[in-house]
Design a protein around this ligand. Structure first.
Ligand SMILES: Nc1ncnc2c1ncn2[C@@H]1O[C@H](COP(=O)(O)OP(=O)(O)OP(=O)(O)O)[C@@H](O)[C@H]1O
Length: 300
């Protein structure tokens, strides 16, 4: 999945400002002796119109950072903004509306509703919100993602890659200010994963979207404009125009990396980069995941 940074244009950095921002962002889980400091006073700017990857060893705080930036989790201290809106301190109802109207989500598990076809899944968040999609934009997204002839198919009738493309279209449908993608290629074989990364890249380059992607895969991170490296709840490094090799090298030298259940995190990264193509993409989205989706796009 290695793509030299030079192969793609750098997203429109700085020109359009900051899509999300955090200052002194601190998140602690638990209390007393069992407190875990998942994020330790993080300052970060997520540039608008760029593709940002977040990497780091298991337990370094990647998901927590994404959840706090997306208003899916509360913070212990510090401030978070989406564009000019400070989201820390918003009430649940306001946060739900902000997520629904201004943020797109992609998850490793696709989170599609099994009983709805692709077209219905794509517009579900907007349907729930009572919003009418901009048909011209929607057509552009559907064609860019190559989903035109799959719109009537249900998730079980689609490959894993196609399901993730539907999830990508769903995230793009309302033209959100920022798309958060949590391991979007984690359940895909490397060919389908490459495709999805290519579409995220196009969403940034051709459609002007802003994307933040959490990944363990240096090959996936190489599709981004900039990689933020987390270690022990802090941003410890940043890499512009990453290549898979440079990211892998950086990960190897990580200090404070914590072992995962399956082995050291660096080994995971190496495995993913070296993994051979496989055609056995997992199919089907679980009902639990689908219910999570409904929660995420909750009505107000
Ligand atoms: N709900 C929770 N309760 C207690 N501790 C938590 C909770 N969620 C996360 N943590 C802890 O916070 C730290 C950061 O977790 P986080 O999931 O953000 O890491 P990560 O970098 O995304 O990890 P991974 O790569 O394994 O998904 C970890 O030590 C984790 O155990």
């Amino acid at each position: 999945m290695s793509t030299p940074a030079a192969e793609h244009a750098v997203g429109r950095r700085d020109a359009d400002g900051v899509a999300a921002r955090a200052r002194g962002l601190t998140k602690a889980y638990g209390s007393g002796e069992t407190t875990v400091l998942a994020l330790d006073s993080v300052d970060v700017d997520i540039a608008r119109g760029r593709f940002t990857a977040v990497m780091g060893p298991s337990g370094s705080g990647k998901s927590t950072l994404m959840h706090c930036l997306a208003g899916l989790d509360t913070v212990s201290a510090g401030q978070v903004w989406l564009g000019d809106t400070e989201i820390t301190g918003l009430k649940d109802r306001e946060l739900t509306r902000l997520r629904r109207d201004r943020i797109g989500f992609m998850f490793q598990s696709f989170n599609l509703i099994p009983t709805l076809n692709a077209a219905e899944n794509i517009t579900l968040p907007m349907d729930i919100a009572g919003q009418k999609p901009d048909q011209k934009w929607l057509d552009q997204v559907i064609d860019t993602l190559g989903l035109r002839d799959r719109l009537k198919h249900r998730p079980a009738q689609l490959s894993g890659g196609q399901q993730q493309r539907v999830a990508c279209a769903r995230a793009l449908a309302s033209r959100p200010e920022l798309i958060f993608a949590d391991e979007p290629t984690g359940n895909l074989d490397s060919r389908a994963g490459l495709e999805v990364l290519g579409f995220l890249r196009e969403a940034v380059d051709d459609l002007g979207q802003s994307v933040v992607m959490v990944t363990h895969d240096p090959g996936a991170a190489a599709h981004s404009d900039v990689v933020l490296f987390l270690g022990d709840g802090r941003i410890v490094d940043e890499m512009e125009r990453p290549t898979a090799e440079a990211v892998l090298e950086r990960m190897r030298h990580f200090s404070g990396s914590r072992p995962t259940a399956g082995g050291a995190s660096d080994d995971v990264a190496v495995d993913v980069v070296l993994a051979a193509d496989s055609d056995d993409a997992p199919l089907g989205a679980s009902l639990d995941a689908s219910l999570d989706t409904l929660d995420t796009f909750d009505k107000d």
